[in-house]
Design a protein around this ligand. Structure first.
Ligand code: CA
Length: 228
């Protein structure tokens, strides 16, 4: 059986020049992407947190919050693939963008075909995370299929519990604070109490069974580790 072709991800295009923005939105739409677009930095961030796009194309020269400021804000919480568009051919701009965590940049004017190729390339580079098995001891999670097993036994987990397990598996044996877990799993816009973390840790512990794999580290949070 062959897997169905994976759909193109959602792309966020941030560009204040309406003609370029419309042109890119149309072009990426033709390429099969779901397209979101923003004309300002603040609009871009609002859309970003709400829609969680799979890739971002970001113009440097924006009124108000510029492309660098937008990227900096995104990078505080997300490793989404990002490509910067710069009108200036200045080496400083490119270095600055890459230092802030841009995956690539393109100098205007550029060819649409080149931008699509660059976007596909950074998406391919960011793929290994997808479909990768995370594991610790006899516990494993396929992050693509979102299936977890312990000792070969399939675990019945809610989507949030699966997300929480993924975060713990990405940082095995390290104590992770409740604040960090809350932020990673429920997102920065979550308004509720961090007691939700305890509720889900309890749920996860019940599902994982014995021997205990999620340890409470006093004053520091929780750690995925086998007790020594
Ligand atoms: Ca611009």
């Amino acid at each position: 059986m062959t897997a169905p072709p994976s759909p193109q991800p959602t792309i966020l295009i941030v560009e204040d020049d309406a003609s370029i923005r419309d042109y890119l939105a149309l072009g990426f739409g033709y390429e099969g992407f779901r397209v979101l677009h923003a004309a300002s930095g603040s609009q871009a961030l609002e859309l970003f947190w709400r829609e969680q796009p799979g890739v971002v194309v970001l113009d440097v020269g924006l009124p108000g919050l510029d492309g660098f400021a937008v990227l900096r804000a995104i990078r505080e919480r997300s490793q989404v693939p990002a490509i910067m568009l710069t009108a200036r051919d200045g080496v400083d701009d490119r270095i600055h963008g890459l230092q802030l965590g841009a995956d690539d940049y393109l100098v205007k004017p550029f060819h649409f075909g080149e931008l699509v190729a660059r976007v596909q390339a950074i998406l391919r580079r960011s793929q290994p995370e997808q479909g990768r098995a995370l594991w610790y001891a006899d516990l494993s999670l396929d992050t693509h299929l979102r299936e977890a097993t312990r000792g070969g036994r399939q675990l019945d987990l809610t989507p949030r519990a699966t997300d929480l397990l993924a975060v713990l598996l990405r940082h095995p044996e390290r104590a992770l604070s409740k604040a960090l877990l809350l932020d990673s799993v429920w997102g920065p816009e979550f308004m509720g109490d961090d007691n939700i973390v305890e509720v889900y840790v309890r749920q996860l512990r019940r599902a994982l069974g014995e021997p205990e794999l999620i340890q409470t580290v006093r004053g520091a949070g929780y750690a995925l580790r086998l007790r020594a």
